[in-house]
Design a protein around this ligand. Structure first.
Ligand code: ZN
Length: 379
């Protein structure tokens, strides 16, 4: 008898056709590396796993969330027609360059997340992973933070129209602002984001006081952390907040954004997680996600992203895999100049005194959430 869940891994070699440009921190090769590592571990050939070639979203599908004038400008920019007011839409900046195929790329990443949504919502699989998705910063009419089309908001809009109660849990180092504000006034979507504080990190939002508005009051939840917060603090905060709220909310489907930029060596952020801490966070999500759509997200150190997301995919499939990286993959890393030999990281010797401010801060954030948000959920 098998108890393994049915899963789907959404992927396409076409991801490598697109490039944000030289010097841009978001590298699509991280997706190919993750695919290679999952395959090397035998995690793509499991009897319960379906490998799905990514399709592109249609204009009509992304228009569920995005405004028509923004989509027109983005589509035209991709064809070389640069509107003079491009900047109003967040386009043509260092973060959001108009690179060749930018609209096509955005439709492709969103298509993958729509496939994950369809497969899970229809009951064809229990869990699906669209690692090219999780582009959580884009707003309805504005590109932001390397994100042009907000695939998470698009798929949640589709689920809401079907009458589903949706929980969105975002463990990226950055606040999931685009998704939070897309559903800020509804109690049909519960958004929870745990991230480095907006005091020190883009996009500068995600404070505990942002709890939603109108009927949505209490349905936007933020757990900001101090720079330097580590595995233990991160997982402790999740235990205090995510588990009780998801249990009370009883979602039909859970969408998780699994950004891997919380890592201690990520070049863009200041948290101090290891791959072990990231994996533990995903493990804590697993029992809370009866129907589970997992998206990717940030992650700017190419040695960490494939290890983190392979761990996540193994956990989604209830598989234990050896800590030692397969030899062929180690070779591949070495060609890039990296030296990781294991999935897990060596634990850092924690200095209790230096961690105390981060502990004090997170305890205070949790205490305030328990006052501001928990009563809206009968807790
Ligand atoms: Zn991020």
């Amino acid at each position: 008898m098998t108890t393994a869940p049915g899963t789907a891994f959404i992927y396409s070699e076409r991801y490598q056709d697109f490039d944000y440009g030289p010097g841009h921190p978001l590298r699509n090769s991280r997706l190919a590396l993750t695919h290679a590592l999952c395959r090397a571990y035998g995690l793509l050939g499991l009897p319960t796993t379906r490998l799905i070639e990514t399709r592109s979203a249609t204009d009509a599908e992304v228009a569920f969330f995005h405004r028509a004038d923004y989509l027109d400008v983005l589509r035209a920019a991709d064809r070389g027609h640069l509107a003079p007011h491009l900047w109003q839409y967040g386009l043509g900046t260092a973060d959001n360059p108009v690179f060749p195929g930018v609209y096509e790329w955005s439709l492709l990443t969103t298509g993958g997340s729509l496939q994950a949504m369809e497969l899970v919502d229809s009951g064809q699989v229990d869990r699906a992973f669209s690692m090219a998705g999780g582009l959580h910063h884009a707003a309805a009419a504005r590109a932001s933070g390397f994100c042009y089309i907000n695939d998470a908001a698009v798929i949640i809009k589709h689920l809401v129209r079907r009458g589903r109660r949706v929980a969105y849990v975002d463990i990226d180092a950055h606040h999931g602002d685009g998704v939070q504000f897309a559903f800020y006034d509804t109690d049909q979507v519960l958004t929870i984001s745990i991230h480095e504080s907006g005091e020190t990190l883009f996009p500068g939002t995600g404070f505990v006081e942002e709890i939603g508005t109108g009927p949505g009051t209490g349905y936007s939840v933020n757990i900001p952390l101090l720079a330097g917060s580590d595995d233990v603090i991160f997982v402790w905060a999740m235990d205090q907040v995510v588990a009780p709220l998801l249990t009370a909310f009883r979602p039909d489907v859970v969408v998780t954004q699994l950004g891997a930029d919380t890592h201690r060596t990520d070049p863009l952020t200041n948290l101090a997680l290891t791959t072990d801490g990231f994996a533990e966070a995903v493990r804590r999500l697993r029992p809370l996600c009866r129907r589970w759509i997992a998206l990717g997200g940030g992650g700017y150190h190419l040695e960490n992203v494939p290890r983190s997301w392979t761990l996540a995919w193994a956990i989604m499939n209830e598989q234990a895999i050896p800590d030692e990286l397969p030899a062929a993959f180690r070779e591949e890393l070495r060609r890039h100049g990296w030296s990781a030999s294991r999935l897990g990281d060596a634990a850092t010797a924690a200095d209790p005194a230096s961690r105390e401010p981060a502990w004090r801060y997170v305890r205070e954030q949790v205490r305030r959430l328990q006052q501001l948000v928990f009563p809206h959920h009968g807790l």
